[in-house]
Design a protein around this ligand. Structure first.
Ligand SMILES: [Zn+2]
Ligand SMILES: [Zn+2]
Length: 241
């Protein structure tokens, strides 16, 4: 019996009862009791304070990394909660393929820590959309699963209509950074009626090259949005995803 699947069908107020009857097992070590146990939580590699605001590469002082010195992405700042690996990788995987709302709530809590530490002033929360065919196939958008509890906690509106993915990108695997950027150009379209003048918090699950966030932010700016801030749960090393 897949408890998480059953849980996803039930209203939130029933989850605590379900967890009490069928305690979750830690995604990292399998111990019964919590989705991420304190020992596994302690192993999460947080992205440190001194990182490049565009790609989160480590920098010894504040400022941009050498790769981003001459770049000006459409987003103002990006931050990931942690490096993609270990229990974070398991959690994102579970979120992406198991529609696990319990995990979405935990990961959303991690995103909130980042957002509150940065003190970003935002007006609208926007999850990075899937294409319609992909969303129909999966049944949900994992970025939206993260964005809803974040918007709720911040007391800000969320829009799933403000940004759309208008075409599928080809597979990113085996492409270098430059080709990945080319590959996602024109993938997104934003609705000025929704985003114009709004400071946007863009949410996604994993940052790999930043090409997706860059393309999504560009579409928002093209629709005259205000500043765009981007946050993800994981920052993956290129080609590890
Ligand atoms: Zn554990
Ligand atoms: Zn950088």
């Amino acid at each position: 019996m897949d408890i998480q699947k059953i849980k996803a069908q039930l209203p939130e107020w029933m989850w605590n009862t379900i967890d009490w009857v069928f305690p979750p097992h830690c995604l990292g070590c399998g111990v019964e009791g919590e989705i991420i146990c304190p020992e596994c939580y302690a192993t999460i590699k947080r992205v440190p304070v001194n990182v490049c605001p565009y790609c989160n590469a480590y920098v010894s002082t504040s400022g941009h990394c050498p790769n981003c010195l001459n770049r000006k992405p459409a987003y103002t700042q990006f931050r990931a909660y942690a490096f993609y690996g270990g229990v974070i990788r398991e959690a994102v995987h579970q979120l992406k393929y198991q529609n696990d709302i319990g995990i979405a709530r935990i990961l959303a809590g991690y995103l909130l820590k980042v957002i509150q530490a940065e003190n970003w002033q935002i007006d609208l929360v926007v999850p990075v959309p899937l294409s319609k065919s992909k969303q129909d196939q999966r049944g949900y958008n994992q970025a939206e699963r993260l964005a809803r509890p974040v918007a709720g906690a911040l007391g800000k509106p969320i829009s799933t209509e403000g940004l759309s993915r208008i075409r599928e990108k080809a597979s990113q695997v085996n492409l270098d950074v430059k080709s990945r950027r080319e590959n996602v150009r024109g993938v997104f379209e934003a609705d000025p009626a929704i985003v114009k003048g709004k400071r946007i918090l863009l949410i996604d699950d994993v940052f790999t090259t930043g090409a997706t966030l860059e393309s999504a932010s560009q579409a928002l700016k093209d629709a005259n949005s205000g500043l765009v801030y981007a946050v993800t749960v994981g920052k993956s090393d290129f080609n590890v995803n």
